[in-house]
Design a binder for this molecule. Structure first.
Ligand code: APR
Length: 247
């Protein structure tokens, strides 16, 4: 962990008024939430195309729900870690700070993060698969009352409120995320930077003149693009930088 790099990033943050933070699964790793592509990652054990696409759900909604029920049970036992706490503190301490998360575990919500954009949805939101007109609803029951859960309005299948491969991201969140690329510092934390459109945001911010930095355990395709790449565990790196920001 190079102190100069941490000092440089802390200095940039100290002088910034507009900060945008993009987070991925690596931020929740220290809370016990499995990542997708790191060691022991979900996509190493399961085939995304069998579990996280509309086609997979049409083919076998029970299989898909069993998998989401398993993830809900696992994540229900997880708590925010120091990485979430630092991001939550920063979300309220800069003139403008936007937090864009790809995570569906809502640990940023639990950490009381302000200006949070959940661009891949939430494991704790459900909606009607048949789009009967019912508004999406919040459901934190573990275990789920029925498997598969049903739409309270039409009695049809409910689906998890997450964005699956091949689906568009929520327009309001993505428009706000694009606007937040106009910032002084754009920080990506704990993401492999390969899933678009979220992985494109750091490049957009760089084009807009933002100072870009990556905090991640391993190098990613973005490491060579950003002004500063620091590799290590998110909870330790963020806590270290936060320490440096204390006057
Ligand atoms: N601290 C920092 N980074 C970590 C840590 C840690 N403790 N543990 C793992 N990482 C890094 C890994 O090196 C990896 O580069 O976090 C990254 C996690 O990458 P992915 O598992 O690919 O997760 P993410 O980038 O969030 O995935 C994006 O893909 O599967 C879809 O919709 C899903 O939102 C997800 C999207």
């Amino acid at each position: 962990m190079s102190d100069e790099k941490l000092d440089l990033l802390a200095d940039r943050l100290r002088r910034a008024s507009r900060v945008t933070i993009l987070t991925g699964a690596g931020v929740s790793a220290a809370s016990g939430v499995p990542t997708f592509r790191g060691s022991g990652g979900l996509w190493r054990q399961f085939r995304a195309e069998d579990l996280a696409t509309p086609g997979a759900f049409s083919r076998d909604p029970v299989l898909v729900w069993e998998w989401y029920a398993w993830r809900r049970e696992l994540i229900a036992a997880c708590k925010p870690n120091p990485a979430h706490d630092v991001v939550a503190r920063w979300s309220k301490s800069f003139e403008r700070c936007t937090v864009i998360t790809q995570n569906v575990d809502d640990l940023h919500v639990q950490a009381d993060t302000a200006n949070l954009l959940r661009v891949h949805g939430s494991l704790w939101e459900l909606s009607c698969w048949r789009k009967c007109g019912a508004s999406p609803w919040h459901d934190e029951s573990v275990p789920l009352q029925t498997l598969p859960p049903l739409c309270p309005a039409c009695g049809g299948l409910a689906r998890p409120g997450v964005v699956w491969f091949g689906e568009s991201l929520p327009r309001r969140e993505m428009e706000a995320a694009a606007a937040a690329c106009a910032c002084d510092v754009f920080l990506t934390v704990g993401t492999s930077a390969i899933v678009y459109p979220a992985a494109g945001l750091v490049h957009e911010a760089k084009r807009g003149g933002a100072f870009t930095a990556e905090l991640n355990l391993d190098p990613t395709p973005a490491s060579a693009e950003v002004e500063l790449a620091i590799h290590g565990p998110a909870d330790r790196l963020l806590s270290d930088i936060a320490q440096r920001l204390i006057p």
